[in-house]
Design a protein around this ligand. Structure first.
Ligand SMILES: CC(C)(COP(=O)(O)OP(=O)(O)OC[C@H]1O[C@@H](n2cnc3c(N)ncnc32)[C@H](O)[C@@H]1OP(=O)(O)O)[C@@H](O)C(=O)NCCC(=O)NCCS
Length: 400
C-alpha cells in the first residue's frame, strides 16, 4: 500500500471489466436434472441460462481476468493498485484470501489484499470500503472485484436453488481525485433475523467437514425462497433511495439503476417502488442468472460497454443478499464509457494463471450432475500438441 497518497476528496470509478466462463447451462439442461421446465424458470425468475466455470477455473482466476481488464480500462498498470478488495462467498480456499491469489495472478507487487464477505451485497460493501480508503488518503487506486463460483456449491436435486445461480466475475477500479464526481452516497444494512434464510450450513467452525456433513448435504446453499423474495422487495428500493438521498439527488435524477440480478420480478418491484419505467433498470440476469457478489459489477461493466451510461450521468448500484444484507451506492460517472471494450480486449483469459502448490493435486471440482455438459473439450485447456502445428504425434503405445 502507499500510505502517502494524500487525502483525496472524491472516489471515482475509473476502470471496469468482466469475465464469464464460456460454458452455458440452459434451462433445458436443468430440465434433465430436476423436475422443472423452461417456462416455469423464465416466468418466475427471468433466467434463461447461466455460465459454469471449467475445471481449471476458480474464483481467483475469474476475478483476476475481470480485475486486470478493469485496470486496463483505467489505463493503469497492475502496480498502480494500492489495495485489492475481493467480495465473494465462494473463495478458492478458507485461507489464504482469494484477493491474495489475484494479486499474484495480475502481477501486482505492492498492494494489500483482502476478501470481503457480505454474500450478494459483497461488491457494494467492497465498493464502500474502497471509497473509505481512498477518501481517507490510505490508497489512491483500489481494485474492487466481485467473483463467484457458485455452481460447485449447489444441490442439483433441489429445484428451488440450482436453477438460480451461475459463475462469473466483475471488477472496477476506484481512484482518488480532487475533481467532483464519483461515489456520492452510500447506504448499507444488515438484518441478522434473516441469517438462516440463505446459508451454507457446514464447512465452518460450527459444523466442520465430516462424512456426516457430506451425507446430510450440508455443503450446499440452502434458501427459503419466499422469505428471501419478501426481504428483497421490501429492502431494495428503500436502500437505493437512502443512497440517492445522501447523494443529494432524487430517483428521477438517476439515469440507470444497476440492481443485483437475482430475479426479474424483484427488479420489476424495485422499479414500481421507485415509480420508474423498467428501461431505467439494467437487466442481464437472463444470460447469467444470479452470480451473487459478481452480479452488480458484471452488470455495471456491460451497461457501460453497451452505451447505457454517459459521462455526467448519475447511476445507482444496489444489492441484497444473505445476512440479510443490502447495500447501494450512487455514483456520478466521469470516464468515457467507450474505454471498457478496449480494456476487455486487452486481456486474454488464457494468459492469466493462478499459481498452485507443486506438491498438491486438487480433486476434480466439477459436480457429477454437471459432468455431462462439461464433457465438451475446454478451449483453454486442450493439450499443446492439438494446437501447436508440427508438434510430434505421441508414439503409439507398444502392445506386447
Ligand atoms: C426461488 C423463487 C424463484 C421461487 O419462486 P416462487 O414464485 O416464490 O415459488 P414458490 O417457492 O412459492 O413455489 C411455487 C411452486 O413452484 C414449485 N417450484 C419451486 N421451484 C421450482 C422449479 N425450479 N421448477 C418448477 N417448480 C418449482 C414449488 O415447489 C411450489 O410448488 P407447490 O405450489 O406445489 O408447493 C423465488 O422465491 C425467489 O426468487 N426468491 C428469492 C431468491 C433469491 O433472490 N435468492 C438470492 C438472494 S441473493
Amino acid at each position: 500500500m502507499n500510505p502517502e497518497s494524500g487525502t483525496m476528496r472524491h472516489a471515482h470509478v475509473t476502470g471496469w471489466g468482466r469475465y464469464v466462463p464460456e460454458q452455458v447451462l440452459t434451462n433445458a439442461d436443468l430440465e434433465k436434472m430436476v423436475d422443472t421446465n423452461d417456462e416455469w424458470i423464465v416466468t418466475r425468475t427471468g433466467i434463461r441460462e447461466r455460465r459454469v466455470a471449467a475445471a481449471h477455473e476458480t474464483t481467483a482466476s475469474m476475478g483476476a481476468v475481470a480485475g486486470l481488464r478493469a485496470i486496463r480500462t483505467a489505463g493503469l498498470d497492475p502496480d498502480d493498485i494500492d489495495l485489492i478488495l475481493l467480495a465473494t462467498l465462494t473463495p478458492d480456499y478458507w485461507m489464504p484470501s482469494t484477493a491474495a491469489l489475484v494479486k499474484e495472478a495480475i502481477g501486482n507487487q505492492r498492494a494489500a489484499a483482502m476478501d470481503i464477505s457480505a454474500a450478494c451485497s459483497g461488491f457494494v460493501y467492497a465498493f464502500a470500503t474502497a471509497q473509505a480508503y481512498v477518501t481517507a488518503g490510505l490508497a489512491k487506486h483500489v481494485l474492487v472485484i466481485g467473483a463467484e463460483l457458485l455452481t460447485r456449491f449447489l444441490d442439483y436435486t433441489d429445484r428451488g436453488t440450482c436453477i438460480l445461480f451461475g459463475d462469473g466475475a466483475g471488477a472496477v477500479v476506484v481512484s482518488g481525485s480532487d475533481e467532483p464526481g464519483g461515489s456520492l452516497g452510500i447506504e448499507m444494512t444488515t438484518e441478522p433475523q434473516g441469517a438462516y434464510m440463505i446459508w451454507l450450513p457446514a464447512g465452518g467452525a460450527k459444523a466442520p467437514p465430516s462424512p456426516e456433513t457430506i451425507r446430510r448435504g450440508e455443503h450446499f446453499i440452502r434458501m427459503e425462497g419466499r422469505e428471501t423474495y419478501r426481504f428483497a422487495t421490501r429492502t431494495l428500493a428503500a436502500t437505493a433511495m437512502e443512497s440517492i438521498r445522501r447523494a443529494g439527488l432524487t430517483a428521477d435524477d438517476i439515469r440507470l439503476f444497476i440492481p443485483h440480478q437475482a430475479n426479474i420480478r424483484i427488479i420489476e418491484a424495485v422499479a414500481k417502488g421507485l415509480d420508474l419505467p423498467m428501461d431505467r433498470m439494467f437487466v442481464n440476469l437472463d444470460k447469467y442468472g444470479n452470480t451473487s457478489a459478481a452480479s452488480v459489477p458484471i452488470a455495471l461493466a456491460e451497461a457501460a460497454n453497451e452505451g447505457r451510461i454517459a459521462v455526467g450521468d448519475a447511476i445507482c448500484i444496489v444489492a441484497f443478499g444473505a445476512g440479510f444484507t443490502s447495500g447501494a451506492a450512487t455514483i456520478r460517472w466521469t470516464v468515457d464509457p467507450a474505454r471498457g471494450i478496449a480494456g476487455d480486449a486487452a486481456v486474454d483469459p488464457s494468459s492469466i494463471h493462478v499459481r498452485l502448490p507443486q506438491d498438491w493435486d486438487a480433486v476434480d471440482p466439477i459436480p457429477p450432475a454437471l459432468a455431462e455438459i462439461m464433457a465438451r473439450p475446454d478451449p483453454l485447456n486442450v493439450p499443446l500438441d492439438d494446437v501447436v502445428p508440427g508438434e510430434p504425434e505421441p508414439a503409439p503405445a507398444s502392445v506386447s
